[in-house]
Design a protein around this ligand. Structure first.
Ligand SMILES: Nc1nc2c(ncn2[C@@H]2O[C@H](COP(=O)(O)OP(=O)(O)OP(=O)(O)O)[C@@H](O)[C@H]2O)c(=O)[nH]1
Ligand SMILES: [Zn+2]
Length: 192
C-alpha cells in the first residue's frame, strides 16, 4: 500500500489561515504554536491513513475454537468526515473462527482503531471493520456494533447531547441465522 504522507507544513499553514479567518491574531502568544500543535495532533489522530489494517490479521494461530469470540466495549475515537469533529463511543467486535484460524484479540481492537483514525462515517467504519475481518480470516461470521456520540450533533447543529448512534454490520452466519445474531446482540447488551 502506498503511504499517504501527512503534510504537517500544509496543515500549519491552513490552521494559521483559519485563525486569521475567524478574526484571531495567530501571532498572539497563546496561538503562536497552535498551527504546529494542530498539525502534530492531526498526524496522531489520522494515523490510520497510513495503516493497512489487514496486516494486523496476518498473524493467526491454530486454536480449534469454532465458537463465538466477542471483544466488547472497545473505546473508539474517530473524526466525522463532514465536520471534522470527533465522534466517540464503543465498538463491539465478534467473530466465529473457521478451521481454527484465530487471531490475538488485541488485533481486533487494532483493526477497529486503524479504520477509526481517518475521516469517517460511522456506517462505513462499521462495515470496514466487518469486511476486513471477514476477508482476512474467512470466519463463519462477523458482527460489529458501534455506538457513538457525534460532537457535530452535540456542540452545534441540532445540539442533542447524549444522542447515541448505533450501527451494526453482520456477515456470514450472523446475517443468515437470526438466532446467532440475537445471541451476539444480547451478549453485547448484557452488562457483566
Ligand atoms: N449517516 C451519517 N451521517 C453523519 C455522520 N456524521 C455526521 N453525519 C451527518 O452528516 C450530515 C451532514 O449534513 P449537511 O446538511 O451536509 O451538513 P449540516 O448543514 O452541517 O447539517 P446539520 O448537522 O444538520 O446542521 C448531518 O446530518 C450529520 O448529522 C455519520 O457518521 N453517518
Ligand atoms: Zn459531523
Amino acid at each position: 500500500m502506498q503511504k499517504k504522507v501527512i503534510d504537517e507544513a500544509k496543515i500549519e499553514e491552513a490552521v494559521h489561515m483559519i485563525l486569521e479567518a475567524i478574526g484571531e491574531d495567530p501571532e498572539r502568544e497563546g496561538l503562536q504554536n497552535t498551527p504546529k500543535r494542530v498539525a502534530r495532533m492531526y498526524r496522531e489522530i489520522f494515523a490510520g491513513m497510513n495503516s493497512n489494517p489487514r496486516e494486523f490479521l496476518q498473524v493467526s494461530f491454530t486454536e480449534f475454537h469454532d465458537e463465538l469470540v466477542l471483544v466488547k466495549d472497545i473505546p473508539l475515537y474517530s473524526m466525522c468526515e463532514h465536520h471534522l469533529l470527533p465522534f466517540y463511543g464503543k465498538a463491539h467486535v465478534a467473530y466465529i473462527p473457521r478451521g481454527g484460524k484465530v487471531v490475538g484479540i488485541s488485533k481486533l481492537t487494532r483493526v477497529a482503531e486503524a479504520y477509526a483514525m481517518r475521516p469517517q462515517l460511522q456506517e462505513r467504519l462499521t462495515s470496514q471493520i466487518a469486511d476486513c475481518i471477514n476477508d482476512s480470516l474467512k470466519p463463519f461470521g462477523v458482527a460489529v456494533v458501534i455506538e457513538a456520540e457525534h460532537m457535530c450533533m452535540t456542540m452545534r447543529g441540532v445540539r442533542k447531547p447524549g444522542a447515541l448512534t448505533v450501527t451494526s454490520a453482520v456477515r456470514g452466519i450472523f446475517e443468515t441465522r437470526p438466532e446467532t445474531r440475537a445471541e451476539v446482540f444480547s451478549l453485547i447488551n448484557q452488562k457483566i
